[in-house]
Design a protein. Structure first.
Length: 187
């Protein structure tokens, strides 16, 4: 609880510092307006300058926010999802190779990358992977459940019984439980 509050406080402090830096010209112009009123100089021109400066800053912040949210963040999310998918593909293929030789699946992790083992498994940096062999009563054979999350991402990827990789819904309770479990396990 305390770590969550501290984390949120640090994030808010960083955002406040960014806002002060971005709106520094507006703060400077507003300060000139306040001083011009006290010194009894024509404050109408300084008010106009402060408002124009604020509007220019507001337009700049809007453009930077849109640029960041639509291009940078979206690209990073897609990059992390691709990293998770490739790690799970690698885990599935290494499990199948191990099963063809030994007749069973082997447990992995939860581990945080970078990691490699002798069975061909490679986990990329900041990816957390867990592979758990389980017995499927319906099929009457051993299968495995694999889940991967990225330390800085929000997505949870897992395998299905038929070997496909799927992204768990972000707002599901199951996804939140898996993500929390994997993140707690590698601290």
């Amino acid at each position: 609880m305390l770590s969550d509050v501290l984390g949120i406080a640090i994030i808010l402090l960083v955002y406040l510092c960014i806002l002060v830096v971005v709106f520094a010209p507006s703060l400077y112009a507003a300060w000139f307006y306040v001083i011009s009123r006290r010194v009894s100089v024509s404050s109408r021109a300084s008010l106009k300058t402060a408002v124009v400066t604020f509007l220019i800053n507001l337009i700049l912040v809007t453009v930077l926010f849109r640029l960041g949210s639509e291009y940078v963040i979206t690209h990073k999310i897609a990059e992390t999802d691709a990293l998770l998918e490739s790690t799970l593909r690698n885990a599935i293929s290494s499990q199948e190779r191990f099963r063809s030789v030994h007749g069973r699946y082997y447990p992995v992790g939860p581990i945080r990358g970078p990691y490699q083992d002798g069975n061909g498994l490679a986990v990329d940096k900041d990816v957390i992977l867990e592979v758990v062999p389980v017995w499927d009563k319906a099929l009457g054979r051993q299968i495995f459940e694999a889940h991967a999350v990225h330390v800085w991402g929000q997505s949870v990827f897992g395998n299905t019984k038929d070997g496909r990789i799927e992204k768990a819904p972000y707002d599901s309770e199951h996804s939140a439980e898996i993500r929390a479990k994997l993140l707690r396990s590698v601290k």
